[in-house]
Write a protein that binds this ligand. Structure first.
Ligand code: AMP
Ligand code: ZN
Length: 124
């Protein structure tokens, strides 16, 4: 996907991070995905994986997003290991995507939390 074709929201925190207007500690990027460390980590490893295009939440997904979401799922275990999560089954990771107010979503740009590392964790 070309950068020009990306739908972005100028008021969105994570769109600003993708655009480099707000600093972040990058974990990974490609044409359509970006990953960066959560600013308030719950666990020894805690990063967020997001689409570069603005999608408010999981609730806005359509069939057109299926391939991209599949790529995100396949990327999660690879990035988790690279970021220091211990291998399955003794290690592993937790992934979650808060969706909507009742789902606990605070930033309305679709994101997957990936957490791991030795317990105890601050939360989760
Ligand atoms: P959620 O409640 O699922 O919407 O989570 C939003 C997450 O974004 C929280 O875990 C925040 O700590 C994280 N966050 C907010 N601002 C930033 C930022 N500037 N850089 C990195 N992570 C952030
Ligand atoms: Zn956005």
């Amino acid at each position: 996907m070309s950068e020009l074709a990306l739908h972005t929201d100028p008021d969105c925190l994570f769109c600003k991070i993708v655009a480099g207007k707000i600093p972040s500690r990058m974990v990974y990027q490609d044409d359509e995905l970006y990953a960066f460390h959560d600013i308030h980590p719950w666990a020894p490893v805690h990063f967020l994986l997001i689409p570069k295009q603005h999608i408010a939440s999981m609730a806005q997904l359509t069939d057109a997003h299926a391939a991209m979401m599949g790529r995100m799922m396949v990327l999660v275990p690879k990035l988790a290991l690279l970021e220091g999560c211990n291998p399955y089954p003794a290690g592993g990771f937790r992934m979650l995507s808060n969706t909507g107010a009742e789902g606990g979503q605070e930033v309305h740009h679709l994101h997957i939390h990936v957490m791991g590392g030795p317990r105890p964790w601050l939360r989760g």
